[in-house]
Design a protein around this ligand. Structure first.
Ligand code: B1M
Length: 211
């Protein structure tokens, strides 16, 4: 089965089609990673490009996002299954002012799949909420996502709030999201950056010294 039909279903916001085609792809033996990288992620790229060129507007982007979430929900059990004792705890969220959560959700699922316990705070998360969650869970990793250039600097607020709470030395802070780069992460003073969810998992393991 080729995955173009699934990609088109996401682009067209066809939730039912996404459900059926994701099941078919799984049954055809495609790995969840392949379904992500060959269909779902490139589909959102197309939607983003069309949005930038005013070929589609926010409502169409929203229905495409809903369709993608349907597929991700079906992949979740495959991405998160582990059985092993947790290798660490991560608190993740999208920065304050930013409602994009698909990439962050994917990072969370893949961290779970790698054996992390994950507390997902959702989107539009205030710095104090990251701090409280890190305190409550004793997390080793705090992961912050953002998709908007206008909210990128909000990541700095989270780092500063962790410092004020005297937690900065106890947690490793990771940042990511489409506009974030390694050099921006370095400027912020973050401990790690991942260009993709898979890279985020590798970086989290590296930061905790997990092989
Ligand atoms: Co918005 N949006 N959006 N949007 N949207 C973008 C981001 C945009 C690039 C589209 C464009 O213009 N081409 C643009 C931002 C421009 C900019 O800032 N430079 C944009 C805009 C402008 C907006 C609004 C302002 C539009 C408006 O209202 N006029 C508005 C903002 C609302 C707000 O947040 N306050 C808005 C709204 C929305 C929707 C609500 C309609 C919807 C979000 C639905 C949802 O998430 N629940 C939406 C969507 C879907 C997009 C696009 C099309 C797709 C984003 C996505 O889900 N990608 C996006 C265009 C694009 O990205 N091409 C766009 C798929 C996802 C798997 O990828 O999130 O990049 P991504 O995650 C990757 C990596 O970045 C990385 O791993 C993931 C998987 O590999 N990663 C991490 C992510 N987080 C990480 C954290 C890590 C490590 C890696 O460590 C912790």
């Amino acid at each position: 089965m080729d995955l173009d039909a699934l990609k088109d279903a996401v682009i067209n916001g066809d939730v039912k089609g996404c459900a059926v085609l994701t099941e078919v792809a799984i049954r055809a033996g495609h790995s969840p990673q392949k379904i992500l990288t060959a269909a779902l992620v490139p589909a959102m790229q197309v939607v983003g490009d069309k949005f930038r060129c005013n070929e589609v507007y926010v409502p169409e982007v929203l229905v495409a996002a809903r369709a993608m979430k349907k597929s991700l929900g079906l992949l979740k059990p495959l991405l998160t299954q582990t059985g092993a004792k947790p290798v660490g705890t991560a608190v993740i969220g999208t920065v304050k002012g930013d409602l994009h959560d698909i990439g962050k959700n994917l990072v969370g699922m893949m961290l779970e799949g790698a054996g992390f316990e994950v507390l997902d705070l959702g989107a539009d998360v205030a710095p104090e909420k990251f701090v409280q969650a890190a305190k409550d869970t004793g997390a080793q990793i705090v992961g912050i996502s953002t998709l908007l250039t206008t909210t990128m600097l909000g990541m700095k607020d989270v780092l500063q709030a962790l410092e004020r709470a005297e937690l900065r030395a106890k947690v490793k802070v990771m940042v990511g999201g489409a506009p974030v780069t390694q050099s921006f992460a370095d400027e912020l003073g973050a401990d790690g950056y991942g260009e993709s969810a898979a890279e985020a998992v590798d970086k989290a393991k590296e930061l905790l010294g997990i092989k």
